[in-house]
Design a protein around this ligand. Structure first.
Ligand SMILES: Nc1nc2c(ncn2[C@@H]2O[C@H](COP(=O)(O)OP(=O)(O)OP(=O)(O)O)[C@@H](O)[C@H]2O)c(=O)[nH]1
Ligand SMILES: [Mg+2]
Length: 662
């Protein structure tokens, strides 16, 4: 039976993911010469912009075989500005290789990625790359991995001549008693039979340990660690062996109903939409109609390609376990389910973008064209939020950072021929309710103009809980379509809170409901003026919800980054006041040889300024790493965001904008 392993390569920026991908393809015999990121000729960094800049921007799929296993490798970008690309592939992985640099070690972004892999229980190998570079460390990095990523690690190779061009790895000898005992000790933590053997001091055959290691790796209980160099090829063989042996390849059920997930959408040369799907079960054939999205959309698949030995080839069918590209699904979106299953509300694993910038068309460029081009980019990248502020005639986009901004600008210029500039980047805050609030509007009772009763309670939910919706009356008391109208509108309304920011970590409970049942006079059919419709609920909900939110009150929070700043010791005197003036809060500081390392928090809004000032403050010798960490209350004055919609708290304006029915 053909087996498939959908394997993600994840790491912080510049760790060597793309170079490693190239190396693995070479080792598998898929390519004859190894491309280089620095020369801009690797297989997976295929976009012009990627080649120019030497960084990965979009995730890319490439395939090779290891014995009987087809590996679909997904090379992801490491720059935090493109974290959305990583997020989308997480749902389709059978396993991952988390790359750590032997020189830079575990970075804040490495921790962000590892936490998510752990949470999603993705079986993961840790690959410590760049052992050939000066300054490469083995024990030091292992210590960092164990302290900051996971204590359940199983190093499988030793490194000789680390930090030199000749650095090489040596797999631990299966007859090495010390190695076997360390492995046994680790595996015994989750295996009673092995624990007994360990306690009794019984010898366990290496083969049995290795099988247990594969089992525990597959369950994300243990993380094997390998070392090597993507550039010299050292340690690649043990890595391929571990991918083959320790990560769980799958045999999909081809006969079952189709269940698949869309993890990437791109536009083909003629502007047609192409969906990348990971097939979980079943098979999709060309000319077959498939359902996707919430189950209501349906379209005919016109063309299928799959990845095969470094190439993309046309097929008439894509099966369970495989990754394929589908043409013909014109309304498809990233995150859609394909098949009978419904798509749940998108779960996000990483923090949403914390910045936004107003896009300004350069002389003569049409604003409408810019808006539709951005909307196209947003459809490939669901985390880009394009907002059109009708009052001020402005378009703004949400962003992760400056590099993403430059990429959007270059893409608009290259692909759409649109020149734009950006106005200053600002922070996207969030609102959280500070207490409980409640409001109700009752059917037939003034001043409720709608044929519906809606009562809503709003209260704070734990940090990170997002928005949840529940009901407090008997299920069935309200027709499901009306309930759904209320729920959908609740989520929609909370996108703009009392200060215009998205409201989160909030529990909304529907406390009261009521409707006018369908009535018809003889021969007259359905009478809209006497019976409730979904619109009554959709229009009334914002009025009630915002009134409840006003009673609860909200606090505005700004995104904070965790930073780690390494700089020469002697510049600390000028660095410390500069950090303080940017609102940075140091948590830990320590001298490390000639360097000084500061760990702390800084408002996301100030990260870019810090990056710009650092070279002058530190003679260009500083290394700064930052990653989103949490939201903190903003200090007064509370920033207000311009609203897109009418504020339902202004009842008159709101009713003018809605079609009043009664
Ligand atoms: N000496 C040495 N250099 C390496 C190694 N792996 C990668 N590099 C270099 O490190 C730089 C970054 O490599 P990439 O492969 O682009 O790293 P990446 O993780 O794909 O980077 P992003 O996709 O932009 O996050 C390039 O200059 C590579 O030549 C290695 O094992 N040894
Ligand atoms: Mg890359």
């Amino acid at each position: 039976m053909a087996r498939t392993l959908n394997l993600g390569i994840l790491a912080h920026v510049d760790a060597g993911k793309t170079s490693l991908t190239e190396r693995l393809l070479y080792a598998a015999g898929v390519i004859d010469t190894i491309g280089s990121v620095d020369d801009g000729n690797t297989t997976t960094d295929s976009l012009a912009l990627e080649r120019q800049r030497g960084i990965t921007i979009k995730s890319a799929v490439v395939s090779f075989t290891l014995d009987d296993v087809t590996v679909n490798l997904i090379d992801t970008p490491g720059h935090p500005d493109f974290i959305a690309e990583v997020e989308r592939v997480l749902n389709v992985l059978d396993g991952a290789v988390l790359v750590v640099s032997a020189v830079e070690g575990v970075q804040p972004q490495t921790r962000v990625l590892m936490r998510t892999l752990q949470r999603l229980r993705v079986p993961t190998l840790i690959f410590v790359n760049k052992i050939d570079r000066t300054g490469a460390r083995d024990d030091g990095v292992l210590r960092e991995v164990s302290e900051r990523l996971s204590t359940a690690i199983a190093p499988l190779v030793a490194v000789d001549r680390i930090g030199t061009r000749d650095a090489a790895t040596r797999p631990f000898d299966p007859t090495d008693q010390g190695f076997n005992i360390r492995l046994l000790e680790l595996l015994a933590e989750n295996d009673d039979a092995l624990l007994t053997a360990y306690v009794n001091g019984t010898d366990v055959a290496h083969g049995r340990l290795r099988r247990a290691l594969a089992r525990h790796t597959a369950q994300s209980l243990v993380y094997p660690v390998l070392f090597g160099s993507a550039i010299t090829g050292a340690g690649i063989e043990p890595l391929t062996a571990a991918i083959r042996e320790l990560l769980p390849a799958v045999v999909g059920d081809h006969e079952a109903d189709v269940a698949a997930k869309v993890f990437k959408v791109e536009r083909g040369p003629r502007g047609e939409k192409v969906a990348y799907v990971r097939m979980h079960t079943g098979a999709v054939r060309t000319r077959e109609r498939v359902r996707f999205g919430d189950g209501s959309a349906e379209a005919k698949v016109t063309r299928i390609t799959v990845f095969h030995q470094g190439k993309e080839i046309e097929r008439s069918c894509v099966r369970a376990g495989q990754i394929g590209k589908l043409w013909g699904l014109n309304d498809v979106q990233v995150g859609d389910a394909v098949g009978a299953g419904h798509t749940a509300r998108d779960e996000h694993y990483f923090a949403p973008p914390s910045l936004e910038a107003v896009v300004v068309p350069v002389d003569g460029v049409d604003r409408g064209a810019v808006h539709s081009a951005l909307a196209q980019l947003a459809e490939q990248d669901p985390l880009i939020d394009v907002r059109q502020d009708d009052l001020r005639q402005e378009i703004s986009v949400s962003l992760y950072g400056e590099v993403q901004k430059e990429v959007i600008q270059a893409t608009l210029a290259d692909e759409f021929g649109l020149a734009v500039s950006f106005r200053e980047t600002t922070t996207i805050c969030i609102e959280r309710p500070v207490s409980r609030g409640w409001a109700v509007e009752t059917i037939y009772v003034e001043p409720n103009p709608f044929l519906a009763t809606v009562g809503l309670r709003v209260e704070p939910a734990p940090v990170g809980a997002g928005v949840t919706f529940g009901i407090e009356f008997e299920l069935g008391a309200l027709p499901p379509a009306f309930l759904k109208a209320v729920e959908d509108t609740v989520y929609e309304t909370l996108r703009e809170g009392l200060h215009g920011w998205e409201v989160t970590d909030c529990r909304v409970t529907m406390t009261h409901s009521g409707y006018a049942p369908r009535q018809s006079h003889a021969h007259q059919g359905f009478d809209k003026s006497m019976s409730s419709t979904g619109a009554d609920f959709r229009l009334l909900t914002p009025l009630v919800l915002m009134a409840a939110l006003k009673e609860a009150g909200t606090g505005v929070f700004e995104p904070m980054h965790r930073f780690r700043l390494e700089s020469p010791r002697d510049v600390y005197g000028s660095l410390a006041p500069a950090l303080a003036s940017l609102g940075a809060i140091p948590r830990q500081q320590e001298a490390r040889g000639e360097a000084y390392v500061i760990d702390g928090h800084i408002p996301a809004a100030r990260v870019h300024t810090l990056q710009q000032r650092l070279p002058a403050l530190t003679r260009g010798e500083a290394v700064l790493e930052t990653a989103f960490d949490h939201y903190a209350p903003v200090r007064a004055p509370v920033p207000e965001r311009a609203r897109i919609g009418v504020n339902p708290l202004d009842r008159q304006a709101y009713l003018l904008h809605t079609t009043r029915r009664v």
